[in-house]
Design a binder for this molecule. Structure first.
Ligand SMILES: Nc1ncnc2c1ncn2[C@@H]1O[C@H](COP(=O)(O)OP(=O)(O)OP(=O)(O)O)[C@@H](O)[C@H]1O
Length: 471
């Protein structure tokens, strides 16, 4: 599978020495995977080529016949200020280097400098240009408020503004070569977003998913990097790693928060250098896939307690989307309910049952720790068990009570995991005030439905009604 040209914009090499041009092109391709390259032997054509091909980066020689490199540098910075110019000159003169940088050159190297440093400078410039372009795209996308390819998100049922803003961001960075980190509680749809990001990436290769939870370091390395025959006892055959399987496409590493520290070091090296060694081999291979990573864990917190490396976190965090939990987008409940009723009825070969009017209100009182996956399971279970044309609320009530594990709903929904909700208050409310606040909250959550409010408060409807009258 041929990989997409990298980077997305052309890199123009300008030098009158054809042999040097060819050798630099080869070095950049071999050491940094840079394939989107234009060569220019005649400095007089350089500015025109930049304009015609939307060039992002120019590597410029200074001493050329017909036109001096410094003159070209001056024109480029004046006429194409968004283009980065790296000067690679035969002149080892500090004054010239200072003058070039003052005139706007991104960097200055002498031709005799070790190749590695030149390559690292080019990689740094490409990364900066990509981020600048992506920032512009993100801003334009978010401001326009519309998606160019809504079909990529067709499998994600939502009308939440937070979700559609997330889609706009994913669309804006979909063609980036930088990693995309997707976080959110379990069951919020991270894998669906990863699929959409791959579909929008324009990459011809496949989406290869690896769940890294529970992989020890040796298995992680073997799975990702592959091995050569005889790499270890039992390695009778060479094995292509998942990175190679994903060449030209996307490598999706799920549950990245569970990665051991030694595996984090390996992943960091891969993202920094874009190279890896199959086990038992001393010939490096290039990463030719875009990395997507996902986790339900709080990586910032894990970074704080030392269980996730800070440098890897920052590398993966270049582009980040967080999917809100279902309880923060209750406006999605009616749509999702209908969607899963359709789906369940189709799968079970039944007629789609009608949901009682109060069902959405009941669902809105629940915090859905398992998010959309939990709602889906609830609906499928209810459709499996329901005999009539109107869906029974009982299976939902049972599932919700089971999900709450007997905890009082108001506490578990308002302050998950935080115990007594009053403990954070400096001044306690009086019994009367707490009583009234509780009633108001229950009625708000049940949208004024007293039957539901009574259930939330664990009293009968007539007891609730007496209390309301007594206020
Ligand atoms: N908005 C949505 N519309 C339709 N189906 C959804 C939506 N969100 C999630 N789902 C469905 O819910 C289930 C869980 O989604 P998914 O696997 O993408 O979640 P996840 O965040 O990756 O979970 P985990 O962290 O456990 O891997 C899948 O069956 C998925 O199709």
């Amino acid at each position: 599978m041929s990989a997409a040209p990298y980077p997305a914009f052309p890199v123009l090499l300008v030098d009158d020495e054809v042999a040097w041009l060819r050798s630099l092109r080869y070095t950049l391709q071999r050491a940094a995977g840079v394939t989107n390259v234009l060569l220019c032997e005649d400095g007089r054509e350089a500015v025109d080529l930049v304009a015609r091909h939307d060039v992002g980066l120019v590597l410029l020689d200074l001493t050329m016949p017909h036109v001096a490199g410094e003159e070209i540098l001056g024109r480029l910075t004046a006429e194409h200020p968004a283009v980065a110019v790296i000067v690679i000159s035969g002149l080892n003169q500090v004054e010239t280097a200072v003058r070039c940088v003052k005139s706007g050159a991104f960097d200055y190297y002498v031709k005799t400098t070790e190749e590695d440093r030149i390559v690292a400078g080019v990689v740094r410039a490409i990364r900066m240009l990509e981020l600048q372009r992506e920032n512009r795209d993100v801003a334009a996308h978010l401001l326009s408020g519309t998606l160019q390819h809504p079909e990529a998100f067709a499998s994600i049922v939502t009308r939440s503004r937070a979700m559609t803003t997330t889609f706009a961001y994913v669309e804006a960075v979909a063609r980036s070569s930088q990693p995309l980190l997707v976080t959110g509680e379990s069951g919020t749809g991270k894998e669906l977003v990863a699929r959409a990001a791959h579909a929008l990436s324009g990459r011809p290769g496949p989406l290869v998913t690896v769940n890294v939870a529970g992989l020890d370091d040796a298995v992680f390395a073997d799975t990702l990097f592959g091995h050569v025959r005889g790499a270890y006892t039992g390695a009778d055959q060479a094995r292509r790693g998942m990175i190679e399987e994903a060449a030209g496409g996307t490598l999706f590493l799920d549950e990245i928060g569970d990665l051991s520290i030694p595996s984090q070091v390996k992943l960091l090296r891969l993202t920094q250098e874009g190279e890896y060694f199959p086990l038992g081999s001393d010939r490096p291979k290039r990463l030719q896939a875009r990395l997507l990573v996902a986790t339900h864990q709080d990586l910032a917190a894990k970074q704080g307690d030392g269980s996730f490396r800070r440098d890897l976190y920052h590398r993966l965090h270049t582009h980040h989307v967080r999917l809100p939990p279902l309880r923060e987008r209750k406006e999605d409940l009616p749509l999702l309910l209908e969607h899963f009723l359709d789906e369940a009825a189709r799968e079970l070969g039944k007629r789609k049952p009608t949901a009682p009017r109060q069902l959405v209100q009941l669902l809105a009182t629940y915090s859905f720790p398992g998010n959309v996956r939990e709602l889906r399971a609830m609906v499928h279970d209810a459709v499996t068990r329901h005999p009539g044309s109107i869906l029974s609320m009982d299976t939902f009530r049972e599932a919700i009570e089971k999900g709450r594990g007997g905890a009082p709903p108001a506490v578990s929904a308002a302050a998950p995991g935080r115990g007594n909700p009053f403990s954070a208050l400096d001044e306690l409310p009086t019994f009367r005030e707490a009583h009234d606040l509780l009633l108001e909250e229950a009625l708000a959550r049940s949208q004024g439905n007293q039957t539901l409010a009574a259930r939330l408060l664990g009293v009968t409807q007539s007891a609730l009604s007496k209390r309301l009258k007594g206020r």
